[in-house]
Design a protein around this ligand. Structure first.
Ligand SMILES: Cc1cc2nc3c(=O)[nH]c(=O)nc-3n(C[C@H](O)[C@H](O)[C@H](O)COP(=O)(O)OP(=O)(O)OC[C@H]3O[C@@H](n4cnc5c(N)ncnc54)[C@H](O)[C@@H]3O)c2cc1C
Length: 407
């Protein structure tokens, strides 16, 4: 007998699971295939999320055991150790336990009727007459075929099966290699503030982070375009001028390595009978590498468009292209601005980064940054900030530095 579902989801990460949840809530028969034996494991992500983003997704408040801390702001450390802080009156972000977060979505999706196939790796797509009709799954050493009207690719940065339908995979030139650790015995952290550390000697093309948790431990990590992330992480903890004062004697409890995709959403995310969501489509903020809120925002759109296609009994690109149009409507403006900012930051020397952070501090722009309301849509937030003359001065200075370094 054939295994048939309305929709097959490849990958049980947050974006695949959220797509499945939203479809199952509408009565759609959904099967999720996950190559690992457990949802959320192994975890490679600290799970720093905007509260506003979670609210927009209908996921806030989360069950208390998932949330490890809430934050009122952030402090940005320049390579030489100058710091600039932004503090909000309300918590704006939180850090979640990603294993519990992913399992929370999986459980409510299961209650809504989603079927899971664990230890099941999707090897390839089944394509007939130009339409994706299902997947070939490797399970217990055997290949088995599963059919569906629509297959949704949510396999994360490995982003592999979409090539079979001729979609372009992720821009590997815009990858950075991440390392994320859980540590204890961290000195003098401010519990309501996330810390960000710039410096090409430790995190070229990105930054390092310190996210304190209420239980006294912290999530510490970095991502880098060059060098060995493991060695750079050791060096960061022991020698970084500011971070080492807090981390030199810290004990690493767990560590994970994984790439981040910073190139902005891929050009095309649909084909006949096929959609791509989450990291597999690079629906990730190019500035911070945050992909959970963006990916789940697109996952919700994917579920809506897939439901429309099922209702209309039309699984062609023509109908499924609505997904891309709607995602672009929400993210395109911000993705373009954030990609430009990422490229400008990458091109900036450590000395200039020191100058910029010193200027932000001198101009007392912390108050102005309190108007930075939406950290997920940073392009729009930045535009609002530019109403402030001080911010225009800072932007002018930033542009001069950039132009002098890149004539
Ligand atoms: C170091 C680091 C730090 C990060 N920090 C943050 C942060 O603080 N905040 C934030 O929002 N984002 C962060 N991110 C990004 C975030 O982790 C991703 O954007 C998010 O997990 C994407 O979800 P996803 O469902 O698209 O993919 P994933 O979470 O990668 O899930 C994909 C799933 O698909 C499965 N899979 C893959 N291929 C197959 C296959 N062929 N068959 C079956 N199963 C398959 C995988 O096992 C996996 O479970 C970070 C990433 C890294 C690496």
């Amino acid at each position: 007998m054939k295994n048939v579902s309305d929709v097959i989801i490849v990958g049980g990460g947050p974006c695949g699971l959220f797509t499945a949840l939203n479809l199952a809530k509408q009565g759609v028969n959904v099967a999720v295939f996950e190559e690992h034996s457990e949802i959320g494991v192994p975890s490679h992500c600290p799970g720093h999320l905007s509260i506003n983003g979670l609210k927009k997704l209908g996921l806030y408040p989360l069950p208390a055991e998932i949330v490890e801390n809430n934050f009122h702001g952030a402090v940005f450390h320049s390579p030489k150790g100058t710091s600039f802080s932004v503090h909000f009156s309300q918590p704006v972000t939180c850090v979640v336990n990603r294993v519990l977060f992913d399992n929370h979505i999986a459980e409510i999706a299961e209650e809504a009727g989603v079927h899971y196939h664990l230890n099941s790796r999707v090897e390839s797509l089944i394509i007939e007459d130009g339409f994706v009709k299902g997947v070939v799954v490797r399970k217990k050493g055997r290949n088995e075929e599963f059919l569906a009207n629509i297959v949704i690719d949510a396999e994360g940065v490995s982003s592999r099966i979409l090539r079979q339908v001729g979609l372009s995979c992720l821009n590997r030139h815009m990858f950075v290699n991440g390392v994320q650790a859980e540590v204890e015995n961290v000195k003098s952290t401010n519990l309501d503030t996330v810390e960000v550390f710039f410096g090409k000697d430790y995190a070229a093309g990105f930054y390092a982070w310190l996210i304190p948790k209420q239980d006294g431990k912290a999530k510490v990590g970095l991502a880098t375009k060059t060098g060995n992330p493991h060695e750079l992480f050791q060096k960061f903890m022991l020698r970084h001028p500011t971070a080492s004062r807090k981390l030199r004697t810290a004990k690493i409890l767990q560590v994970a390595f994984h790439p981040l995709t910073l190139g902005g959403p891929i050009e095309k995310t649909y084909s006949n009978g096929f959609l791509v969501v989450g990291d597999a489509a690079s629906q990730v903020k190019p500035t911070t590498g945050g992909g959970v809120i963006w990916g789940m925002t697109c996952a919700r759109i994917a579920s809506k468009v897939a439901y429309e296609a099922l209702s209309e009994n039309d699984f062609s690109s023509n109908v499924l292209s609505r997904y891309q149009v709607q995602c672009e409507g929400i993210l395109d403006f911000d993705a373009n601005i954030m990609l430009r900012i990422r490229k400008m930051l990458n091109a900036m020397s450590d000395e200039n980064m020191d100058n910029v952070i010193s200027l932000l501090k001198k101009l007392k722009l912390d108050e102005t940054f309190q108007g930075f309301q939406d950290i997920d849509l940073q392009g729009q937030s930045l535009l609002r900030l530019l109403r402030s003359p001080k911010m225009l001065v800072a932007l002018f200075y930033f542009s001069l530095l950039y132009l002098s370094a890149n004539p």
